[in-house]
Design a protein around this ligand. Structure first.
Ligand code: PEP
Ligand code: MN
Length: 360
């Protein structure tokens, strides 16, 4: 056959198809390597391996492409393989957002929902101290339409000599008050051994900041039927928080609500620094609802309204706030718990703040 543009083009078309086949064959191999690397906790990007492959290719290169051109072409192939491996690794993370429409909505038998676009208020005293205290709080919460009450019976305090909570006795009180006012109870769990006992009293488990990386507790909560609120540790990155949520999700429980509660910085005016940017970032990276703790982030009640406004405007799915009948004599967090009138003012103010349709 005499050489013609047409015949050469036909040859090129054939080579293109072979290259296509080979490129996809290479991509499948790279993807299998990526899976093994992820399973064994290895980094996907290995610059040494890339350098070795380029050296081997350049020493086998007979032209007509120059070594520099070969390097440029193969670097593009390496980049595309890496992008594929990263996409596949992300797709395996259960809590990772896959589409803009994917949103976990945590629902309860009474119709209460978190993550459905509404702005939920979780409120109550820092700790259960007595029936009368909880009853007074419950009455105010119910009158303001609150559906989820804090019923904290185990308190992880900085000092072992501080009030440690009422334990099971407290949970009984919380359940009684919640039933009286038609509310759900959320309570902090310290150890997996408490799951059966707490399940008798509570509707939502709560993992406090200090236990965010207690992987054994997180795994155990992967098989409970109740939703779990997971607080960010004050020194945790968002990636670490997401992986902690993944511990719960990988056990089969995807009813997880993330909570931003402020991180430790050099700032002295507040107890922690409210990382409000975490809200859109977490909503962007995960499909889980995100709630803002406006009490432990501030450490002071005069910031409740401004922080509450920020929480709602950030696109969060709700906020958490501490309320006490007589804050100065509270057995824990006396400086940040709200008086009843301050709580009512906060709820009224929140009506003036629009929650954006999208958080990111
Ligand atoms: C709490 O919310 O009750 C609490 C103890 O906060 P944190 O775990 O964020 O310190
Ligand atoms: Mn507290």
């Amino acid at each position: 056959m005499t050489e013609s543009i047409e015949s050469l083009r036909q040859e090129i078309d054939k080579v293109n198809l072979q290259l296509l086949e080979l490129l996809n064959q290479r991509a499948s191999l790279a993807s299998r390597i990526g899976t093994l690397q992820t399973q064994s906790g290895m980094q996907l990007y290995d610059p040494q391996r890339e350098a070795e492959m380029l050296t081997a290719l350049q020493s086998s290169n007979k032209g007509p492409f120059s070594n520099d051109t070969i390097k440029v072409l193969f670097k593009e192939i390496f980049k595309a393989s890496m992008a594929l491996e990263e996409r596949e690794a992300r797709a395996k993370i259960i809590v990772q957002r896959k589409t803009p429409e994917q949103n976990t909505v945590v629902g309860f038998p009474d119709g209460t929902k978190i993550g459905d676009g509404s702005f939920q208020i979780i409120a109550g005293s820092c700790a259960i101290e007595s029936f009368d205290q909880m009853d007074a709080v419950g009455e105010v919460l119910a009158s303001e339409g609150v559906k989820i009450m804090r019923g904290m019976a185990f308190k992880p305090r900085s000092s072992p000599y501080d009030f440690q909570g009422m334990g099971e006795e407290g949970l009984k009180i919380a359940r009684q008050v919640a039933n009286k006012y038609g509310m759900l109870v959320v309570s902090e769990i310290m150890d997996a051994s408490q799951i059966p006992m707490m399940s008798d009293y509570i509707d939502i488990f709560w993992v406090g900041a200090r236990n965010m990386q207690n992987s054994f507790l997180l795994k155990a909560l992967g098989s409970v039927r109740q939703p779990v609120i997971l607080k960010r540790h004050f020194s945790a990155t968002l990636k670490e928080l997401i992986y902690s949520a993944e511990y719960i999700a990988s056990g089969g429980n995807t009813n997880i609500i993330l909570m931003e509660r402020g991180i430790r910085t050099f700032n002295e005016e507040v107890r922690n620094t409210l990382d409000i940017g975490a809200v859109p970032l977490l909503k962007m990276e995960t499909h889980l609802p995100v709630i803002v703790d406006i009490s432990h982030s501030a450490g002071r009640r005069d910031l409740a309204i401004p922080f509450g406004r920020l929480a709602k405007a950030s696109g969060a799915d709700g906020l958490m706030v501490e309320v006490h009948p007589n804050p100065p004599v509270a057995m824990s967090d006396a400086k940040q718990q709200l008086y009843f009138d301050q709580f009512r003012a906060l709820i009224a103010e929140l009506r003036n703040v629009n929650k954006p349709d999208k958080a990111y």
